[in-house]
Ligand binder design. Sequence first.
Ligand SMILES: *Cc1c(COP(=O)(O)O)cnc(C)c1O
Length: 387
Amino acid sequence: MSLIEQDKQYIAGTYARFPVELVSGKGSVYTDVNGKDYIDMGAGIGVNIFGAQDDGWKNAVISQLNNIQHTSNLYYTGPCVKLAKALCEKTGMSKVFFVNSGAEANECAIKVARKYAAEHRGSDCYTIVTIKNSFHGRTLTTLAATGQEHYHELYQPLTPGFVSVNADCPEEIIELSKTTKIAGILFECIQGEGGVLPLSKEYIRFLRKFTEENDIILMCDEVQTGNGRTGKMYSYMNFDIKPDVISTAKGLGGGLPIAATILSEKVENIFGPGDNGTTFGANPVSCAGACYIVGKLTDEFLSDVARKGAMLKEKFLACPDIEAVTGYGLMIGLKTKKSAGEVVKKCIEDGVLCLTAKDRVRLLPPLNTPDELLLKAADIIINACKN
Ligand SMILES: *Cc1c(COP(=O)(O)O)cnc(C)c1O
């Protein structure tokens, strides 16, 4: 049986995979089982932000593997402390809780908002507001938070206490607050799975002001947009606000599973012993890799991400087969005349891996991809957009 046939027999059928079997990679180039090369414009889904087998990242991971691969959270270990300190220094936040996936980081953020609200505003204050067309994960609670009905259908009843509102409509939240006690607002500055759609600056600033005035916890889901992707350490930094809670994952570990819920001073002491926990969270190998990644995200590096993004955007904007170009930094959405699925299929034939998000082509290349490779991939994508 071929690998593809065995995959279909033994792996649960949730993924519509492309007929490509990747076996190795170096930097932003992957090789398949037939020896064909691909330029990687997806980085997994925004995960391998320093590409495949980055030397510095590999050294950090291997040297931690040579010490210890896991301890329980009952003992102290160095890598998680070093990483938490680096994240707090880069954000001005106060404390970190480590988990393993974006969904778990959002679960933790929601727990923070619920506990804060119960303690400060009463047990009838628990509603979490999210934005329509958002994506926050696949657990039953983060599905409830995800503002897309079609994800909900099969799994009723979901966790109660979630309401989604239309993006960029402040009045809806103001109206809702007249009848419902709002504990927290969870949002993505740029909706990733929703099609690389940024919320407006005015709306994001409204969210900050409204939550501040009403003692509501503002939670920014930086799972996809975080860790340098948009040309800033976290995407909210493009909008001159600071949330109360940040959740992040995907690119943080450079390829190993790790996620973080980062807490501002307002909520830093919300958890006491036993209030939350995880077996695998703060894994020292993942943390050692993430420390290396976060250390590399200097202001200079981030402004180069912004420059690369602007360079690509300019190229795509000049293409008559592309109707719109959205996003920040190296998180780019393309509305193409041809269907996004067809463009991605043609790109694979021509040696470029890219993603879709709703009706858009979505690009999340490794942040250190050299200009030449980005431009070469852009040419192949532009060609694939032609009818
Ligand atoms: C991917 C994603 C998640 C879920 O992350 P997992 O690691 O798959 O659980 C949550 N929020 C956003 C914005 C994402 O892009």
